[in-house]
Design a protein around this ligand. Structure first.
Ligand SMILES: [Zn+2]
Length: 326
C-alpha cells in the first residue's frame, strides 16, 4: 500500500481546491509554527523561540487522534492546550479544603466560587488595573481549574510523550538569546531572523528527503497561529523568500505563504506552542522533562542536530549548542 492510500483525514483549515489537488497527488508535509517568549528587545523574556513541527499529511489523523485521547483522559476535550497558562499555579486551588479528594465537578464549583468572590472584592476596591488583570487570568485558565497542578503537569507530559513517539515528525526551531542579538549586524529583527531560519531548515529537510524521482518531490506548507501582529509580516517575508530565496536557500519545495489558523481550533498548532515553550523553559530555567521528550524529534543529520539552533554566545554548553556543533 502506498503512503497516500492510508491518508483519510481532512486538513484544517479547509484547503482550497489547489491544495486539495496537491495533497492528494504529492508527498506533502505540514509545518505547524508557534512562538514562545517575546521578540521585543529586551522584552520580558531573555529568549524568543520560534518552533515548527513538521508532519507528513498521511500521519495527520494519527497525531490528531493521539492528542484527542490524551485530552479525553483529563476531561479537556475541545479545550485549547496553552501550556504557559496550564502550568501556572492557581492559588484558589490551595484554598479549597481537600481539593485533591474532590471530583472534577466539585473542584470546578469550589474554584469558581472563590474566583467570583475575589472579582467582586477587587471591583469594590477600585483597583481597576488589578481587577482587569485578574479577570483575564481567570478567563485564560477557566478550562483547566478541575485539574490539580500535578494533573496539569501530567497532562502536558503525556502530550509531549505523544510527540516523542511520532517518529515521522521533525522539529525545527530558532532559539534567540536576545542579549547576543545585534539587529544592526543582522539587519533583521529577532522574529524575522527566527522565521527565516525555520523556513530555511524546513525547506532543506524537504529537499533532502525528496526521492531521486522528481515526480515524487516533497512539498511543504506552513501553518501558523493567527496572530495579527505577525501574519502580515510573515506573509510578506514569505513572498520575498519565494522570489529571492532566504539567506541560506532558495525555496523549491515550500509552497504558498503561511496559512493562519485559530490555535483554539487546531490541535497541532497547540503542539507547536508546547515545543516552543519546552525549548524556552529549558534554556531559561533548565527545565528538562518536556525538553527531553520533544527534543527527540529535532531534525538530525546523523548525530548532529541541524533543525534547532540556540543563537547565543559560542561559550554556551547547553544540549542544543553541543548537539548542533557536534
Ligand atoms: Zn546553548
Amino acid at each position: 500500500m502506498s503512503r497516500y492510500a492510508s491518508y483519510s483525514g481532512t486538513i484544517s483549515p479547509n484547503p482550497s481546491r489547489f491544495f486539495l489537488h496537491i495533497l492528494l497527488i504529492k508527498p506533502m508535509y505540514l509545518c505547524y509554527l508557534d512562538e514562545s517568549g517575546t521578540p521585543d528587545v529586551p522584552g520580558n523574556t531573555p529568549h524568543y523561540v520560534l518552533a515548527g513541527l513538521s508532519i507528513p499529511v498521511w500521519h495527520w489523523k494519527t497525531c490528531d487522534n493521539d492528542i484527542s485521547l490524551v485530552k479525553q483522559k483529563y476531561n479537556l476535550s475541545d479545550v485549547e492546550i496553552h501550556v504557559a497558562w496550564i502550568l501556572r499555579k492557581y492559588p484558589e486551588q490551595v484554598k479549597v479544603p481537600d481539593f485533591n479528594s474532590l471530583d472534577h465537578r466539585q473542584r470546578r464549583y469550589e474554584v469558581e466560587m472563590l474566583r467570583k468572590r475575589e472579582l467582586l472584592r477587587l471591583q469594590k476596591s477600585g483597583n481597576s488595573k488589578l481587577y482587569r488583570q485578574t479577570r483575564k487570568n481567570y478567563r485564560k485558565t477557566e478550562d483547566y481549574i478541575h485539574l490539580s497542578h500535578k494533573d496539569r503537569k501530567d497532562f502536558i507530559a503525556d502530550v509531549a510523550k505523544c510527540v516523542s513517539h511520532w517518529g515521522f515528525a521533525r522539529l525545527f526551531a530558532e532559539c534567540v538569546d536576545k542579549i547576543f542579538f545585534d539587529p544592526v549586524r543582522t539587519a533583521q529583527s529577532v522574529d524575522e531572523q527566527a522565521f527565516e531560519q525555520v523556513v530555511s531548515r524546513f525547506e532543506q529537510y524537504l529537499e533532502i528527503t525528496t526521492p531521486p524521482s522528481v515526480k515524487d518531490k516533497n512539498f511543504g506548507l506552513i501553518i501558523h497561529d493567527n496572530n495579527e501582529t505577525v501574519a502580515r509580516k510573515h506573509t510578506n517575508l514569505m513572498k520575498k523568500f519565494h522570489h529571492k530565496g532566504t539567506l541560506w536557500t532558495r525555496l523549491k519545495n515550500i509552497i504558498e505563504t503561511p496559512l493562519f489558523v485559530d490555535s483554539q481550533l487546531t490541535s497541532m498548532v497547540q503542539i507547536a506552542d508546547l515545543c516552543a515553550y519546552a525549548l524556552r523553559r529549558y534554556l531559561e530555567n533548565n527545565e528538562e522533562e518536556l525538553f527531553k521528550l520533544i527534543y527527540q524529534r529535532a531534525d538530525r543529520k546523523e548525530s548532529i542536530v541541524v533543525g534547532i539552533r540556540h543563537f547565543t554566545t559560542s561559550a554556551c554548553s547547553c544540549r542544543i549548542c553541543k548537539t548542533h556543533r557536534a
